[in-house]
Design a protein. Structure first.
Length: 245
């Protein structure tokens, strides 16, 4: 009889937190009195557009980060490029260490304001977790396993695709989850350079001294980040080969 894999605590506990926070916010929203500005900003049509713009911004940046970081991480674990690992990781670390707002503003001098600039800034800011985890995940694969696969006739490419990457999947996907959460949170700052996001609610709330708008923006960003993190965890669990998790 096949044994079912036991679900980690975060797989079922995190959605409970999401539901509790979501229901609490909705209950507050339906019973509180809003000013005309708050009502306009938090009306469903406007709010839906703002949320979708935020998701579009974060996911677009995530696609670019994944496409860049994972192949680059793989390349840096190959013998021919291994000597460049420290240089590349340190460059990526500069992007992570720099203040996010400063990084976004800096790119406006080069690319102007708007969606494209926000995506570039977010990519630079979030590339390190995936790059580092890809390198770490591949480095921790037992060398004897790699040698055994080569010994039975696997090519280097086949060994990478069928042995190394499957064993490194949990670590790589953990980096992807981390990057996604970073992107969802940091995307709020894109409002400072003209890209629409949930940060618009926060900055409007601060500028016009509308605490309810500020709180709504903060709660919605937190909920979105938790949902993305949970979905990422489910995908990570599903993609991890049996016997590794």
């Amino acid at each position: 009889m096949t044994r079912l894999r036991r679900l980690p605590m975060d797989v079922w506990f995190e959605p409970l937190i999401i539901v509790v926070v979501g229901v609490g916010y909705f209950s507050w929203y339906t019973t509180t009195t809003l000013t005309p500005t708050e009502s306009a900003s938090l009306g469903w049509d406007n709010l839906r557009t703002t949320i979708l713009d935020h998701i579009k911004l974060a996911l677009t940046a995530a696609v670019f980060v994944i496409v860049i970081a994972i192949p680059l991480g793989i390349a840096l674990t190959r013998k021919s490029l291994k000597r460049y690992e420290n240089i590349v990781v340190n460059i990526a670390n500069v992007g992570q260490a720099a203040p996010a707002v400063g990084l976004l503003v800096l790119f406006t001098f080069w690319l102007g304001t708007g969606f494209r600039t926000a995506v570039v800034g977010l990519v630079v800011y979030a590339i390190l977790p995936i790059l580092q985890n890809t390198i770490t995940g591949l480095r921790q694969v037992d060398q004897r396993t790699i040698e055994a696969s080569r010994g039975i006739g696997y090519s280097a490419t086949r060994t990478l695709l069928q042995v190394e990457l499957p064993l490194a999947v949990p670590v790589i996907l953990n980096g992807v989850r981390t990057a996604l959460v970073i992107l969802v949170g940091t995307a709020t700052l894109s409002t400072f350079i003209g890209a629409t996001s949930l940060g618009t609610l926060i900055t409007t709330g601060v500028t016009l001294f509308l605490p309810k708008l500020l709180i709504s923006g903060a709660i919605l960003v937190a909920l979105l980040a938790m949902i993305i993190d949970w979905l990422g965890r489910l995908f990570e669990l599903a993609a991890t080969p049996r016997g590794i998790s």
